[in-house]
Design a protein around this ligand. Structure first.
Ligand code: GAP
Length: 608
């Protein structure tokens, strides 16, 4: 979950690199070689933070998209989809807080000008050498310059890691002052100080970084021909806001009643300060988001007498009427975990980070980040936040269009309450809001809110599971990657790559080979099988090279099943083998003889 507008403790904790970089290099190279992922605009030198998906990658991503779409919407009755535009009215981003606070802290190296995300700088310890300025040591230059040398000579510091000679720090400082116009800088007023875990210096050369400055991550553009500030619009940095902005239209046009959700998959854009770790932090990426709208806990209390309390043994298998935000939040964590298990990401590769009070956005009640063990560290795959009624209320206030719903059941439930019960609820809410340090309502507003609720009106609260499609694609690519040692017929050892994708997400499900490409009967039969299967499955046909080579090619692509058509298929060894083929399983290498007419029945259940 993006931690903008709040402390960045988590981002720091989670960015500790591990020593598996060579594995990442192998994966990046396979991705290019086999057409999973290419650098965008590579023929022009590439563009940092942008990636294209090649033929296999496009299929892989599509399969991931489909599994999410089916699990989150198609297979449920309480979620409906949305497909909104990337550019929306800029007022949306003002109301959501993105214009003012969607930023990352940024620092520049004073020497190389390299830009860093301040909270991602590796913490360093050592001795800081500080100089109050420099003096020109070259007399001629001194005369020539004849200008305010002081302005060219600000103070400067260098962090010297333990064991390095002080001269190396001075060398950096001299380079710095040379860049500012000094011919022979003489360093002035040297002092030293020990520092621990500082993020104020460039880890590559020790040079001082500028103070962190907020850098808004939204890409902007202009709508219309005049291109003035009034025409400024943004590429969406998340898909969620469109869901909030269209909430009323969806409620009015479909027969869903709270609790229900609206989901969307689509592109999002963030001008990340430091895109990194292959596609992990990109500037253009896809999100898969669900906004699940629920009743406020007070409404549940009125309807059910009390709100279900979560405990370790709570049954989260099916939603219940007496669930408040906490149970719904836990339910979605469980649902999302089950989704990941269904595509091969089990408990052994996932981790959970429950955000602490200090990490939570002021409006959020809880947020859990689902993390994946990437080769470069355990990092966020998805955030699941309980966001209260913050988003819809923000749009209600900014647009002056009511975003509340009328709920007959809630009205009827409160109709049974006594005046004392209502007064007690009002007092309880006042106390809650008075205790809030930010975002609390005045007593007057609390009364207004309660009175509306008693009549059955409320702004729904929201649970938001928000996942990144590209991060998921990267996770399954790194998880699938395996190397196996093979010895060929001549006794030579070679290392082959097998992409062990879960069959549901594998780019190609099956490949069909004729044993020999120069036997027209074999080719015709293999093509027949291919033609009939490709209508149902992503299938491949390959007749080039030995069968071993073709298996190896499909293993690298992650194809779970291969079928070979041989002379037995044609019935040359007798009628009992006629119209049977060899079916080879990618992970076990096992081969079995199956009837062509049974192929679909065997493969389809395994891949869907
Ligand atoms: N609406 C909430 C939201 O956007 P987020 O944590 O900022 O929350 C959700 O983003 C997910 O989007 C992240 O968990 C991650 O998977 C993905 N994501 C965010 N920034 C990304 C980036 N720069 N590159 C790739 N994926 C990103």
């Amino acid at each position: 979950m993006r931690d903008w507008g709040r402390p960045r403790i988590f981002a720091t904790l989670m960015s500790q690199p591990t020593k598996e970089i060579p594995l990442m290099e192998k994966i990046v190279s396979l991705c290019k070689r086999r057409g999973f992922i290419f650098q965008s605009s590579e023929i022009y030198g590439g563009i940092n933070g942008f990636w294209d998906y090649g033929p296999l990658g496009a299929e892989l991503k599509r399969n991931l998209r489909t599994t999410w779409w089916n699990a989150m919407m198609r297979e449920r009755e309480d979620v409906v989809p949305l497909d909104a535009t990337i550019i929306m009215h800029p007022a949306i981003w003002k109301a959501s807080g993105h214009v003012d606070t969607f930023s990352d802290p940024m620092s520049d190296c004073l020497l190389t000008k390299k830009r860093f995300r301040s909270d991602h700088v590796e913490p360093q310890s050592g001795v800081v050498y500080h100089w109050s300025g420099a003096k020109e040591g070259d007399e001629t230059a001194r005369k020539e310059i004849q200008l305010a040398l002081d302005a060219l000579s600000p103070s400067f510091s260098v962090l010297l890691p333990a064991g390095k000679p002080p001269e190396s720090a001075r060398k950096i400082a001299i380079q710095y002052y040379q860049q500012r116009g000094f011919k022979i800088p003489e360093l002035q007023g040297e002092t030293t100080e020990k520092v621990e875990n500082s993020r104020a210096f460039n880890p590559e050369n020790g040079a001082q970084l500028t103070e962190p400055k907020p850098f808004n991550l939204m890409f902007h553009t202009f709508v219309g021909a005049t291109a003035t500030d009034a025409d400024k619009a943004y590429l969406r940095p998340e898909t969620a806001q469109a869901i909030f902005a269209q909430f009323k239209n969806v409620v009015d046009s479909c027969r869903q009643k709270v609790p229900f959700g609206i989901c969307q998959i689509g592109k999002a854009f963030r001008n990340e300060v430091t895109p990194r770790n292959f596609t992990f932090r990109s500037r253009e990426f896809e999100q898969m988001e669900l906004e699940f709208f629920i009743k406020p806990d007070e409404a549940i209390e009125a309807e059910c007498g009390s709100v279900a309390q979560w405990s370790e043994s709570a049954d989260l298998s099916a939603p219940q009427d007496n669930w408040g935000w906490d149970m719904w939040h836990r339910y979605w964590v469980k649902e999302r975990t089950a989704y990941y298990a269904g595509i091969g990401l089990g408990a052994d590769v996932l981790a959970y980070h429950w955000q602490t009070k200090e990490e939570l956005a002021h409006y959020a009640r809880a947020c859990v980040d689902i993390l994946f063990k990437f080769p470069f560290g355990t990092e966020e795959l998805e955030g699941i936040a309980a966001r209260g009624d913050f988003d819809l209320t923000a749009h209600q206030n900014a647009s002056r269009k009511p975003q509340d719903v009328f709920d007959e059941e809630v009205k009827n439930a409160f109709a049974k309450w006594t005046d004392e019960q209502r007064a007690a609820l009002i007092e309880r809410k006042k106390t809650e809001h008075r205790a809030k340090t930010t975002g609390g309502l005045s007593d007057e507003k609390v009364v207004e809110w309660c009175e509306r609720l008693f009549k059955g009106f409320y702004v729904p609260h929201v649970i938001e599971p928000s996942a990144g499609l590209d991060r998921l694609a990267l996770a399954v690519l790194t998880l699938a990657f395996a190397e196996v040692e093979k010895t060929d017929a001549k006794g030579n050892k070679e290392t082959l790559t097998v992409m062990r994708f879960h069959p549901r997400i594998a780019p190609k499900k099956i490949a069909i080979f004729p044993l020999l490409k120069n036997k027209p009967e074999l080719v015709a039969k293999a093509r027949d099988i291919y033609e009939s299967l490709k209508r149902h499955l992503a299938a491949d046909y390959d007749e080039g090279g030995s069968i071993g080579k073709r298996y190896a090619r499909q293993d690298e692509a992650g194809t779970p099943f291969c079928v070979t058509v041989d002379f037995d298929t044609l019935g040359e060894k007798g009628p009992e083998l006629k119209d049977t083929v060899t079916l080879r399983h990618r992970d076990s290498g096992e081969q079995e003889r199956v009837k062509i007419s049974d192929l679909l029945g065997i493969i389809l259940p395994a891949v869907s």
